[in-house]
Design a protein around this ligand. Sequence first.
Ligand SMILES: Nc1nc2c(ncn2[C@@H]2O[C@H](COP(=O)(O)OP(=O)(O)OP(=O)(O)O)[C@@H](O)[C@H]2O)c(=O)[nH]1
Ligand SMILES: [Mg+2]
Length: 248
Amino acid sequence: MTKLSVIIPSYKESENIARLSKRIIEVMPSARIFIVDDTPDDSCVKEIEKLALENVELFHRGAKGGRGSAVIHGLKVQVERGSDYILEMDADFSHPPEQIPEMLEKMQRENLDLLIASRYIEGSEIKNWPLSRKLFSAFANRIARLFLRVPVRDYTNGYRLYSKRAAVQIVKSCQKPSKGFIALSEILVNLYYRGYAISEIRTCFMNRVRGESSLSSAEIKDAIKGLVKTFFTIASIKRERKAQVIAQ
Ligand SMILES: Nc1nc2c(ncn2[C@@H]2O[C@H](COP(=O)(O)OP(=O)(O)OP(=O)(O)O)[C@@H](O)[C@H]2O)c(=O)[nH]1
Ligand SMILES: [Mg+2]
């Protein structure tokens, strides 16, 4: 049977994390959930203990290390455990778990390495985001596309499915990811410019109802630094691939 792992980065998500884990298991009873939790206290740990589901595991780091590094840690653990497919999604119900079977089916049918649930393709929806967030996200995506030139519409939605070989590549290439959402663009670049198969699927993104946002001005500064770093990554991957061709 196909082994699917779901990585959920979590920071102060005690109002969401158990509810979400339960919903995922209802949709995909065979999935294994791996939560990488940076909440300083044990509020999320307690919620998951209370839930007591065998296939839901929480790894408590206990200090804010960033969404990017939480996901890379999760990918590393799941690669070592031999997962066939690894999904990442936010803890705040922005990403509908009901879509997991559809994503998995497309991934397998088209033999993809990365499938992005994209907010910016036909048929997609963004619900309950204030205009300021919509504009910020659209602007961040435009800028990322301008500099990074990967032919996808959504560089920053953290609802994505990876193949095993893509996950192995990410763990190897993205050891020091940026802290916030720009790490998603770093991963994208590291796969696209090495020739991995990438596609998008329509989705319905919903603003969080419970818990607090971790988007801050520090994260925006981190995104600008991350974008510059990723821009230079493209040149180094191209050099690396050229050297491989010459060596052959
Ligand atoms: N492990 C870990 N998870 C984080 C960290 N920062 C954010 N997250 C999680 O990453 C996901 C995305 O963060 P959000 O706060 O929802 O960011 P956002 O979606 O841009 O903002 P809002 O939805 O408006 O609150 C959520 O599941 C957070 O709990 C972190 O430092 N460490
Ligand atoms: Mg969110």
